[in-house]
Design a protein around this ligand. Structure first.
Ligand SMILES: [Ca+2]
Ligand SMILES: [Ca+2]
Ligand SMILES: [Ca+2]
Ligand SMILES: [Ca+2]
Length: 314
């Protein structure tokens, strides 16, 4: 077999050959930028009990050779509210994955009773910090595979690949009903506030329903506006009408069924929830009493009015 042309490249072939070699070098160079064993590749925030506070952080560590990672002594993780905020107590750490997986995943549990742990399910709610051995941590080489130690995680996780990932669903932090239109004693809007900013929905009414078994007549749903003016970025405004003049909660129930209108920027969809007087959170009353009826009487029948009776909407 003859390999004609190998020793006699045309000028164009030479350019192509140089370009191929250069591209190959570029690929090799870029491979060196990939995560090395011990690098943190993902930090995900979870709200396991769905109360709107981050309670677990999972850290993924590159482990391409599938060696066994171990924990030595007291973990050196600390946590902060937001990046560089107040310290949040770390309760414990354990391996979430098998210790030879790649990535190997650590679970860091946070103290939900820590007053500095604010209600937020956003990616910015908690920052995780890990100080490597010799850096003043509580143990030497806290997480290793025998030869490599987990790379430090700086405050704010400034590495492009080390930004916290939001794995926590938005949860309702308050739901308040109002008689906002006309102050006629008839409720007309419920404002539902979430633990983080949610997606914009001009009318997500298909996900929502209002009901009352006895106390409110002729309930009619209007638009449900989420993260769109006049709603705040973390809020849905549920508009409705009723024929009943009543400004306390009674048996009013507003139900959200997991759908399109309450989704965070990481595509975590809020759970189904029924909001009423007994839910958590329960409805807050933002509607002032209004006069429902006013009657007058002549109680001693002397032809002179001597008593007014006012009935209020609650
Ligand atoms: Ca929680
Ligand atoms: Ca979230
Ligand atoms: Ca009204
Ligand atoms: Ca009221």
């Amino acid at each position: 077999m003859k390999f004609e042309g190998i020793t006699s490249f045309s000028p164009v072939a030479k350019i192509v050959a140089v370009a191929v070699i250069a591209f190959g070098g570029f690929v090799l160079f870029n491979n060196s930028a990939l995560a090395a064993v011990g690098d943190v590749t993902d930090i995900s925030l979870y709200d396991g009990n769905g109360n709107g506070k981050i309670d677990e952080v999972r850290v993924s560590i590159e482990n391409t050779l599938n060696t066994t990672w171990t924990k030595n002594g007291t973990p050196a993780f600390t946590a902060e509210s937001g990046d560089g905020g107040a310290a949040i107590t770390v309760v414990s750490s354990s391996f979430y994955s098998t210790q030879t997986d790649s990535p190997v995943i650590l679970s860091i549990a946070l103290d939900e009773n820590d007053a500095d742990l604010t209600t937020s399910t956003a990616a910015t709610a908690v920052a995780l910090v890990y100080t490597q051995a010799g850096g003043g941590g509580a143990c030497a080489a806290c997480f290793t595979n025998g030869s490599v130690e987990l790379a430090g995680i700086a405050t704010g996780d400034t590495g492009a690949g080390n930004t916290e990932v939001d794995a926590a669903k938005p949860v309702v932090t308050s739901a308040t009903f109002y008689d906002a239109t006309s102050s006629d004693g008839k409720l007309d809007i419920i404002t539902v506030v979430y633990s983080e900013d949610i997606s914009a929905a001009a009318d997500g009414s298909a996900d929502w329903a209002i009901s009352s078994a006895a106390d409110f007549a002729s309930l009619v749903e209007g638009s449900v506006v989420c993260n769109t003016a006049p709603s705040a970025a973390n809020e849905c405004d549920y508009n409705f009408t009723t024929a009943t003049a009543k400004t306390d909660v009674g048996d009013l129930t507003l139900t959200y069924t997991a759908g399109i209108s309450v989704v965070d920027s990481a595509a975590n969809t809020a759970n189904t929830i029924a909001l009423n007087s007994a839910s958590s959170p329960a409805f807050a009353d933002g509607a002032a009493p209004q006069i429902k009826t006013a009657t007058y009487q002549d109680t001693d029948a002397n032809g002179k009015i001597d008593q007014f009776t006012l009935a209020f909407t609650e």
